[in-house]
Design a protein around this ligand. Sequence first.
Ligand SMILES: Nc1ncnc2c1ncn2[C@@H]1O[C@H](COP(=O)(O)OP(=O)(O)OP(=O)(O)O)[C@@H](O)[C@H]1O
Ligand SMILES: Cc1ncc(C[n+]2csc(CCOP(=O)(O)O)c2C)c(N)n1
Ligand SMILES: [Mg+2]
Length: 336
Amino acid sequence: MPAHWSELDLIKHFAGSCRIDKKQLIKGIGDDCAVLHPAGDEAWVLTTDMLVDTVHFDTSWHPAFQLGRKCLAVNLSDIAAMGATPHSVMLSVALPDTIETVWLEQWLQGLASMIDEFDCALIGGDTVRGAQLTISITALGTTARNRVILRSTAGPGDTIFVSGYLGSAAAGLLFCRDKAALPAVDEQLKAPFIKRHLDPSPDVFCGSLLAQSGLVTAMQDLSDGLATDLAHIAEQSHLAAIVDAERLPGHPDLAQVCRLLERSPIDLQVAGGDDYHLVFTVKRGAEQELIDYLARHDGPPIYKIGRTEPGSGVHLLHDGESSDIAFRGFQHHGND
Ligand SMILES: Nc1ncnc2c1ncn2[C@@H]1O[C@H](COP(=O)(O)OP(=O)(O)OP(=O)(O)O)[C@@H](O)[C@H]1O
Ligand SMILES: Cc1ncc(C[n+]2csc(CCOP(=O)(O)O)c2C)c(N)n1
Ligand SMILES: [Mg+2]
């Protein structure tokens, strides 16, 4: 892979080299999922995510069962971001010879439990031998055509919300990765952070409620970190996103845990990645209506973190200063 190319450069190059439009394609490259309009009022959303050993997970600390669940969770999070309901999945794996049967069985049980939990079915895939354990899942979701939520449709003056705590998985990853280097930390204190890294639960129910409410203008899931993921909404909606650092929601123990890790909580919250919650925009004046709608439908709490305005970038307000953090989240290429 050419090291000087960023992930976005590569995607643009792929897109620029192939035909990318097609009848019945509502949205191709550029969102959490592609959107197809098969017939009638329905829309299909399709997404694929690849997980590679040592890049997305590390089998030395990731139990097989939880890894099986996470492989699907990251895809379902993209389906949630469109406001759709998961329907079916295709599984492609490259397995090295060193994989043990017991490990594979536990991994599969984890995957199967996630398939059951979200009422999906496994409908196909591909299986090959490979040097490095690689798992690629393609997921299909369905929704009503007029309920699909894109990244490109936020308006100026909208309010920005997230659907859960930020930074937990990033702290959990540090606990798992730097085990030897860290002083002994109370297991109970670490547990929720490590759980969020190992076994995130995608906000599928929340995403679907948000779309049903008719009050959400744009949405995206949080995989690379707010700095990058919100930048996609800002860029595609031709807006600036203004985020108030004090409003970023975190686990009640995040500050304490970050002191032990010697990391800034805000850094983990905006750039740590692996959150798998949703970031979305709501028309100004409709915030309370949305909160009431969620409460009426047993929805989860949501957290207001900022607003959009004319302009560009993602601006983090902290201690009276503003800094542009657009695309400062996790990147696979270009900033290693
Ligand atoms: N190799 C590729 N060929 C064609 N399109 C691609 C390729 N890689 C990514 N894309 C498309 O580019 C867009 C951004 O991809 P990306 O994987 O960054 O999605 P994301 O939702 O932003 O992140 P995540 O995968 O963490 O959810 C998507 O529309 C995706 O389908
Ligand atoms: C062992 C290990 N090292 C680092 C990370 C962190 N990480 C890897 S990929 C990614 C963003 C989402 O990926 P993608 O953009 O491919 O969907 C993040 C935050 C991890 N989870 N495990
Ligand atoms: Mg996504």
